[in-house]
Write a new protein. Structure first.
Length: 142
């Protein structure tokens, strides 16, 4: 009886969480891991405040969580990423983690084109959830 009650309570709790809750990264760990991204990306708030200095090879990552893919104005995205962005895709934690694990494989899968190559060759084999949580923590207030 006690086992049934415990399982019912656990089921009720887990049913209330969204599918992305399974990731729930650690923003502090993501901030520590930022050094792997800064050679190509910076984080600058809309008002010009520099949050993280970085390169300009990649787009500004401020507000990337929940933003449409390939949508930073005046940034010259690669053709495959721009094509994927044209589908209306939005950076969710799940998509971000998949992308960061293997950018080329991500584009090949989502564009259904085995000839596609990503312009970004960096892979984050672990900690992508943490990086997303960090970037999400910097999101502009709505």
């Amino acid at each position: 009886m006690m086992k049934t009650v415990a399982l019912s309570a656990l089921t009720a709790l887990t049913m209330g969480f969204s599918a992305t809750t399974a990731f729930a990264g650690d923003a502090a760990a993501g901030e520590r891991d930022w050094r792997g991204c800064r050679s190509c990306h910076g984080i600058t708030a809309d008002d010009g405040t520099v949050i993280q200095r970085g390169g300009r090879t990649g787009p500004n990552l401020y507000g990337v969580a929940g933003r449409a893919v390939a949508s930073v104005e005046d940034f010259n995205y690669s053709e495959p990423l721009a094509r994927y962005g044209a589908t209306g895709a939005v950076w969710t934690e799940e998509l971000f983690v998949e992308y960061m694990t293997d950018t080329t494989e991500f584009l090949r899968h989502h564009l259904d084109d085995d000839s596609v190559r990503s312009a970004m060759n960096f892979r984050l084999r672990s900690g992508a959830e943490d990086m997303y949580a960090y970037l999400e923590s910097l999101a502009p207030a709505e």
